[in-house]
Design a protein around this ligand. Structure first.
Ligand code: BES
Ligand code: MN
Ligand code: ZN
Length: 507
């Protein structure tokens, strides 16, 4: 669920109560607001800093409860290190880590004074900081039936913080800059909510209904049911879903923010396997529960489309998601089956657990034939092997286009949603040649992420600039970070929003 904390911007000299956070740079060099309070409290901050050996280093802080001479419940002096070298991501992470210090325990309201040691800060950096606080505040609590304990026992963040006020030099400009970041925060929140949702609640139809809700923001949403998919010839996608009692769906979302003159759209395709049991090639029991998150690619696409619409991005974008449940049953596809994909190519199904590529094959083909996109990007929790290669720090990127790959990698560095490029090539492609069909859906023991990408590339037309992001390690079962404590990270929303803002939006 989204952070329930209300966020606003105020002038530096506006009144503050409750919990107050002021900053110091390395030294420690107290910011003007920190110096002010120090004076009012007769040197209390400087003394406390001295006693604890606080030097203003990043991730260090001094904490004072009921500070003498001040009416605050709690006063925090937080170190920033050297802000002269800060990137946008550093401000984002600072917002996240300071939000992490606020439990709501001492007071329901917090006031953070954001500025550098010379009393300045750009409104865009304040907005990034604010985004960090919102992302860090996210908690999926939908299924918690017990109210948090008064003393905050158990989880420090269980007490809900009601209000954060960010004090800065130009609050009006900061609020204006934050409008876009707020749309991004809402998009990431939606993506996280979808990934965290259990599969009994969120099957293909329920997921489609959530995507349909984007209509109210001006996104055109079409939901294709099994009859329509059969007519289109999406037999690879349908084969994956045929073992489930819950029918498959494809959702097409169009945001036409650049109008007719904007030209061909950028298309984003997402894998939406709402639960991946493996099918007849059943997965082992241990960890199978994680496969409720096998729709993280689709969740990212929906979150991104919402962010673009909410911030009225001047871009023509199409989002396409393939929603299926991969289950074993008397109707399920078998290893050895041969199916004909929408492109006309045949696939020998050697392993029903290599299902994501079959779903994407039809969605990618559909995206190209219907929309002729200038750029085509897909996201998928496609292989466990990408985690063997890259761990959870980078998502894998495969691309047939140098410019697109470079732009994505740069957007990754700018947003902190980092990508690492892996190779494609004819020798790898040979790994998926089949004796009985045009290709098989597994490539053998080695380079599992690469043979999966090669499979997808067989459904990419010559001349389409395409990139595949394997997000199995970054979108779910996430490691804690400054801006995320949720199982589903919402990976990809900020990355692709950044890419679009930088390269595909009319100014
Ligand atoms: N959804 C999985 C990949 C996955 C694994 C995502 C772990 C997140 C965490 C995918 O459908 C899958 O099962 N891939 C197989 C492919 C194999 C059968 C060729 C894999 O990675 O083992
Ligand atoms: Mn699978
Ligand atoms: Zn899967």
């Amino acid at each position: 669920m989204s952070d329930q904390t209300d966020l606003s911007f105020a002038a530096k000299n506006a009144p503050a109560e409750g919990v107050v956070v002021v900053l110091a740079e390395e030294g420690p060099k107290l910011t003007p607001s920190a110096q002010d309070l120090d004076k009012k409290a007769k040197g209390l901050l400087a003394r406390a800093a001295g006693i604890t050996g606080f030097k203003g280093k990043k991730d260090s802080s001094v904490d004072l409860l009921a500070p003498q001479g001040l009416k605050f419940a709690r006063l925090v002096l937080a170190g920033t290190g050297k802000t002269s070298t800060y990137s946008a991501e550093d401000w984002l992470n600072l917002g996240g880590s300071l939000r992490g210090l606020l439990t709501g325990k001492e007071s329901p309201s917090a006031h953070i004074f954001v500025e550098t040691a010379d009393g300045k800060i750009a409104p865009a950096d304040v907005a990034r900081f604010a985004l960090g606080t919102v992302l860090r505040g996210y908690k999926f609590q939908k299924y918690k039936t017990k109210k948090p304990k008064k003393d905050g026992a158990g989880d420090a963040n269980d007490r809900t913080l009601k209000k954060i006020v960010i004090h800065c030099p130009d609050p009006k400009a900061a609020a204006r800059a934050f409008a876009a970041d707020q749309a991004i925060a809402a998009g990431v929140t939606l993506a996280r909510d979808l990934v965290n949702e259990p599969a009994n609640v969120l099957g293909p139809a329920e997921f489609a209904a959530r995507a349909k809700a984007l209509t109210k923001l001006g996104v055109q949403v079409e939901v294709l049911g099994e009859q329509a998919l059969k007519k289109l010839g999406m037999n690879a996608l349908l084969a994956v879903g045929q073992g489930s009692d819950r029918p498959s769906h494809v959702v097409v979302m169009q945001w036409k923010g650049a109008g007719a003159k904007g030209g061909d759209p950028i298309a984003i395709v997402g894998k939406g396997v709402t639960f991946d049991s493996g099918g007849i090639s059943l997965k082992p029991a241990a960890g199978m529960e994680d496969m409720k998150g096998d729709m993280a690619g689709a969740a990212c696409v929906v979150g991104l489309m919402q962010a673009l619409a909410q911030r009225k991005a001047k871009v023509n974008a199409v989002g396409i998601i393939g929603l299926v449940e991969n289950m074993p049953s008397g109707r399920a596809q078998r290893p050895g089956d041969v199916v004909k994909a929408m492109s006309g190519q045949t696939i020998e199904v050697l392993n029903t657990d290599a299902e994501g590529r079959m779903v994407l094959a039809d969605c990618l083909w559909y995206a190209q034939t219907r929309f002729k996109p200038k750029v085509l990007i897909n996201l998928a929790t496609l292989t466990g092997a990408v985690m063997v290669a890259l761990g959870k720090e980078h998502a894998g990127i495969f691309s047939n286009n140098e410019e697109l790959a470079a732009r994505l990698m740069t957007a990754g560095l700018a947003t902190g949603e980092k990508l690492w490029r892996l190779p494609l090539g004819p020798k790898y492609d040979k790994m998926i040649d089949s004796k009985v069909a045009d290709m098989k859906n597994t490539g053998g023991k080695w380079g599992g992420s690469i043979s999966a990408a090669q499979f997808l590339q067989r459904f990419i037309k010559d001349g389409t600039a395409w990139a595949h992001l394997d997000i199995a390690g970054t979108a779910m079962s996430s490691v804690d970070s400054e801006i995320n404590r949720s199982w589903g990270s919402g990976f990809g929303v900020r990355l692709l929003d950044g890419l679009i803002g930088e390269h595909y939006e009319k100014r």
